[in-house]
Design a binder for this molecule. Sequence first.
Ligand code: ADP
Length: 163
Amino acid sequence: MNRRAVYPGTFDPLTYGHIDIIKRAVKIFDEVIVAVAHNPQKSPLIPFEERLKIVKEALSGIRNVKVDSFQGLAVDYVKSKNVRIILRGLRMISDFEYEFQMALTNRNLDRSIETIFMMPSEEYSYVSSKLIKEAASLGADLSRFVPKKVEQKLKELLKNKRP
Ligand code: ADP
Protein backbone atom coordinates (compact mmCIF):
# COMPACT_ATOMS: atom_id res chain seq x y z
CA MET A 1 0.00 0.00 0.00
CA ASN A 2 1.23 3.47 -0.87
CA ARG A 3 0.64 5.57 2.24
CA ARG A 4 0.74 9.26 1.53
CA ALA A 5 -0.11 12.28 3.65
CA VAL A 6 -0.48 15.98 3.03
CA TYR A 7 0.93 18.38 5.63
CA PRO A 8 -0.79 21.70 4.91
CA GLY A 9 0.20 24.94 6.57
CA THR A 10 1.04 28.58 6.20
CA PHE A 11 4.69 28.08 7.19
CA ASP A 12 5.12 31.81 7.84
CA PRO A 13 7.87 30.98 8.59
CA LEU A 14 8.87 27.30 8.46
CA THR A 15 10.40 26.39 11.84
CA TYR A 16 12.35 23.43 13.22
CA GLY A 17 9.04 22.43 14.85
CA HIS A 18 7.48 21.89 11.41
CA ILE A 19 10.62 20.11 10.23
CA ASP A 20 10.55 17.83 13.29
CA ILE A 21 6.99 16.78 12.40
CA ILE A 22 7.97 16.17 8.76
CA LYS A 23 10.96 14.00 9.78
CA ARG A 24 8.74 11.91 12.04
CA ALA A 25 6.08 11.63 9.34
CA VAL A 26 8.40 10.24 6.67
CA LYS A 27 9.12 7.30 8.99
CA ILE A 28 5.43 6.40 8.88
CA PHE A 29 4.32 7.47 5.41
CA ASP A 30 5.77 6.55 2.04
CA GLU A 31 5.41 10.14 0.90
CA VAL A 32 4.67 13.41 2.68
CA ILE A 33 3.46 16.34 0.59
CA VAL A 34 4.17 19.60 2.36
CA ALA A 35 1.55 21.98 1.01
CA VAL A 36 2.21 25.68 1.47
CA ALA A 37 -1.03 27.64 1.68
CA HIS A 38 -1.47 30.62 -0.57
CA ASN A 39 -3.88 32.39 1.75
CA PRO A 40 -3.54 36.17 1.47
CA GLN A 41 -6.40 36.60 3.99
CA LYS A 42 -3.95 35.54 6.73
CA SER A 43 -1.67 38.44 5.68
CA PRO A 44 1.55 36.46 5.93
CA LEU A 45 4.78 38.32 6.55
CA ILE A 46 6.76 36.32 3.98
CA PRO A 47 5.31 36.62 0.48
CA PHE A 48 3.97 33.37 -0.91
CA GLU A 49 6.63 32.75 -3.58
CA GLU A 50 9.44 33.30 -1.08
CA ARG A 51 7.79 31.07 1.54
CA LEU A 52 7.48 28.32 -1.02
CA LYS A 53 11.10 28.70 -2.10
CA ILE A 54 12.38 28.61 1.49
CA VAL A 55 10.34 25.50 2.30
CA LYS A 56 11.61 23.76 -0.86
CA GLU A 57 15.22 24.56 -0.03
CA ALA A 58 14.97 23.64 3.63
CA LEU A 59 13.35 20.26 2.92
CA SER A 60 15.34 19.29 -0.16
CA GLY A 61 17.53 16.90 1.84
CA ILE A 62 14.68 14.88 3.32
CA ARG A 63 13.74 11.81 1.31
CA ASN A 64 10.12 11.15 0.35
CA VAL A 65 9.07 14.75 0.92
CA LYS A 66 7.47 16.75 -1.86
CA VAL A 67 6.74 20.44 -1.57
CA ASP A 68 3.70 21.89 -3.28
CA SER A 69 1.24 24.74 -2.77
CA PHE A 70 -2.49 25.15 -2.70
CA GLN A 71 -5.22 27.73 -2.63
CA GLY A 72 -8.65 27.33 -1.15
CA LEU A 73 -9.86 24.37 0.87
CA ALA A 74 -7.23 21.91 2.10
CA VAL A 75 -9.65 19.00 1.61
CA ASP A 76 -10.11 19.88 -2.05
CA TYR A 77 -6.37 19.98 -2.54
CA VAL A 78 -5.88 16.69 -0.67
CA LYS A 79 -8.53 15.00 -2.80
CA SER A 80 -6.98 16.37 -5.99
CA LYS A 81 -3.76 14.59 -5.01
CA ASN A 82 -5.65 11.38 -4.41
CA VAL A 83 -4.59 11.42 -0.75
CA ARG A 84 -6.80 10.66 2.26
CA ILE A 85 -4.67 11.81 5.17
CA ILE A 86 -4.12 15.34 6.44
CA LEU A 87 -1.21 15.62 8.83
CA ARG A 88 -1.14 18.34 11.48
CA GLY A 89 1.14 19.10 14.40
CA LEU A 90 -0.01 19.40 18.01
CA ARG A 91 2.24 21.29 20.37
CA MET A 92 0.27 22.19 23.45
CA ILE A 93 -3.25 21.88 24.75
CA SER A 94 -3.71 25.39 23.35
CA ASP A 95 -3.47 24.02 19.79
CA PHE A 96 -6.12 21.45 20.52
CA GLU A 97 -9.30 23.50 20.23
CA TYR A 98 -8.43 25.04 16.88
CA GLU A 99 -7.05 21.82 15.42
CA PHE A 100 -10.04 19.82 16.71
CA GLN A 101 -12.50 22.26 15.09
CA MET A 102 -10.59 22.21 11.85
CA ALA A 103 -10.31 18.41 11.74
CA LEU A 104 -14.03 18.00 12.38
CA THR A 105 -14.90 20.66 9.80
CA ASN A 106 -12.71 18.93 7.26
CA ARG A 107 -14.31 15.59 8.11
CA ASN A 108 -17.71 17.09 7.49
CA LEU A 109 -16.54 18.52 4.19
CA ASP A 110 -15.23 15.15 3.11
CA ARG A 111 -15.84 11.98 5.10
CA SER A 112 -13.16 10.03 3.25
CA ILE A 113 -10.38 12.20 4.68
CA GLU A 114 -8.79 11.60 8.10
CA THR A 115 -6.65 14.03 10.06
CA ILE A 116 -3.66 12.61 11.90
CA PHE A 117 -1.80 14.56 14.58
CA MET A 118 1.83 14.24 15.53
CA MET A 119 3.74 15.79 18.44
CA PRO A 120 7.14 17.38 17.96
CA SER A 121 10.10 16.90 20.23
CA GLU A 122 9.53 18.83 23.48
CA GLU A 123 12.31 21.24 22.57
CA TYR A 124 10.08 22.53 19.74
CA SER A 125 6.76 22.21 21.50
CA TYR A 126 6.71 25.92 22.33
CA VAL A 127 8.04 27.18 18.98
CA SER A 128 5.42 29.07 17.00
CA SER A 129 5.74 31.01 13.75
CA LYS A 130 4.01 33.95 15.46
CA LEU A 131 6.50 34.15 18.32
CA ILE A 132 9.42 33.66 15.96
CA LYS A 133 8.28 36.72 14.00
CA GLU A 134 7.98 38.75 17.21
CA ALA A 135 11.42 37.65 18.39
CA ALA A 136 12.88 38.41 14.95
CA SER A 137 11.45 41.92 15.03
CA LEU A 138 13.32 42.46 18.31
CA GLY A 139 16.56 41.20 16.83
CA ALA A 140 16.77 37.85 18.70
CA ASP A 141 19.13 35.05 17.67
CA LEU A 142 16.80 32.50 16.06
CA SER A 143 19.32 29.88 15.05
CA ARG A 144 17.90 27.26 17.47
CA PHE A 145 14.40 27.62 16.06
CA VAL A 146 14.57 28.17 12.31
CA PRO A 147 16.92 27.35 9.41
CA LYS A 148 19.51 30.03 8.55
CA LYS A 149 17.70 31.05 5.34
CA VAL A 150 14.52 31.65 7.29
CA GLU A 151 16.31 33.81 9.84
CA GLN A 152 17.93 35.85 7.06
CA LYS A 153 14.63 36.35 5.27
CA LEU A 154 12.79 37.41 8.44
CA LYS A 155 15.49 39.89 9.37
CA GLU A 156 15.50 41.30 5.86
CA LEU A 157 11.71 41.73 5.83
CA LEU A 158 11.60 43.19 9.33
CA LYS A 159 14.62 45.47 8.92
CA ASN A 160 12.54 48.55 8.32
CA LYS A 161 9.86 47.68 10.86
CA ARG A 162 11.99 47.55 14.03
CA PRO A 163 10.61 49.65 16.88
P1 ADP B 1 -1.73 27.02 9.74
O1 ADP B 1 -1.94 28.47 9.35
O2 ADP B 1 -2.37 26.07 8.77
O3 ADP B 1 -2.08 26.71 11.17
P2 ADP B 1 1.07 26.75 10.48
O4 ADP B 1 2.27 26.86 9.58
O5 ADP B 1 0.94 27.74 11.59
O6 ADP B 1 -0.17 26.80 9.50
O7 ADP B 1 1.01 25.31 11.11
C1 ADP B 1 0.89 24.15 10.34
C2 ADP B 1 0.76 22.96 11.27
O8 ADP B 1 1.99 22.77 11.96
C3 ADP B 1 -0.31 23.12 12.36
O9 ADP B 1 -0.93 21.87 12.58
C4 ADP B 1 0.47 23.55 13.57
O10 ADP B 1 -0.17 23.15 14.77
C5 ADP B 1 1.76 22.77 13.35
N1 ADP B 1 2.90 23.38 14.02
C6 ADP B 1 3.28 24.67 14.03
N2 ADP B 1 4.39 24.86 14.77
C7 ADP B 1 4.72 23.63 15.25
C8 ADP B 1 5.76 23.16 16.12
N3 ADP B 1 6.64 23.96 16.69
N4 ADP B 1 5.77 21.85 16.38
C9 ADP B 1 4.83 21.04 15.86
N5 ADP B 1 3.84 21.40 15.06
C10 ADP B 1 3.78 22.70 14.75
